[in-house]
Design a protein around this ligand. Structure first.
Ligand SMILES: O=C(O)CCC(=O)C(=O)O
Length: 249
């Protein structure tokens, strides 16, 4: 298999807009093995949650069913995700955008369950992460299901932002750090639907959000967050445990 690489125009697009999409990067057989593992893991995980953790990991519903909102550190806990984070189809592309060497410092699965998946408000990942070099983080977002206009695909701002804007979190949603409305109203964001197996790469400063899942289908995606080895997180909006990092060699 030839080594994948971004074309000059894709690299120019990333520099201009802060994101670039590679459709069909992964075969359905690869995605299916990840989904099979996710089904097993999520069923086990839901049963372990104490009331405090439920607030963080479950969608807020009527209480009649426990719908998972997200799972943290899939690459640390689960082999199929670990293999995906180091996949030969991804590594050369990440190297082109970040420069090497780099490591994975955090990963998360966004579950967006049918008719229950809540929105992820507009934010910049670099507010969450707080790196000392704003160009040193990269998020690789992989669509496990088709991400559509009705089930909550990502929406992106198409002008690269040089600075990190002020964010706040609603009182009962500390995990939903978001750009305040004064700044958010000035940003134009447009939807980027992606089919299962497609991958979106975004710079840590790129404002983005996803809407609620109003469809009858799941919208599951995994986000891998990479950091150059010559950078550190100095001012993170949430806590990231450096013991859970994974080297990419
Ligand atoms: O998948 C989502 O809905 C949100 C993803 C996101 O915010 C991210 O990967 O940075």
């Amino acid at each position: 298999m030839s080594r994948p690489s971004f074309t000059r125009s894709e690299l120019a697009e990333f520099r201009k807009t802060g994101h670039v999409t590679r459709r069909d990067l992964f075969q359905q057989s690869t995605i299916q093995s990840v989904l099979d593992d996710l089904n097993v893991w999520s069923e086990q995980f839901v049963d372990t949650l104490d009331p405090n953790e439920q607030q963080w990991f479950l969608e807020r519903g009527d209480g009649s069913r426990k719908a998972l909102r997200k799972l943290d550190h899939p690459a640390f806990h689960r082999k199929p995700f670990r293999e995906l984070a180091r996949h030969t189809s991804l590594k050369p592309l990440i190297e082109q955008l970040l420069g090497s060497p780099y490591h994975l410092f955090f990963s998360q699965v966004f579950m967006k369950p049918p008719e229950a998946g809540s929105p992820k408000p507009i934010h910049q990942d670099n507010f969450y992460f707080g790196p000392d070099n704003l160009d040193a983080t990269l998020t690789v977002w992989i669509a496990l299901d088709d991400a559509t206009l009705t089930n909550g695909c990502l929406h992106y701002c198409h002008h690269h932002q040089r600075e990190v804007l002020p964010h706040f979190a609603p009182e009962n949603e500390p995990y939903n750090l978001q750009i305040d409305s004064t700044h958010a109203d000035e940003l134009e964001l447009t939807p980027v639907p992606i089919q299962s197996g497609g991958v979106s790469f975004h710079h840590g400063n790129t404002p983005h959000f996803s809407a609620a899942n109003r469809s009858t289908k799941s919208r599951r995606a995994v986000a891998f967050h990479y950091l150059r080895n010559d950078a550190i997180l100095v001012n993170s909006g949430l806590k990231y445990d450096s013991a859970l990092r994974m080297d990419i060699v």
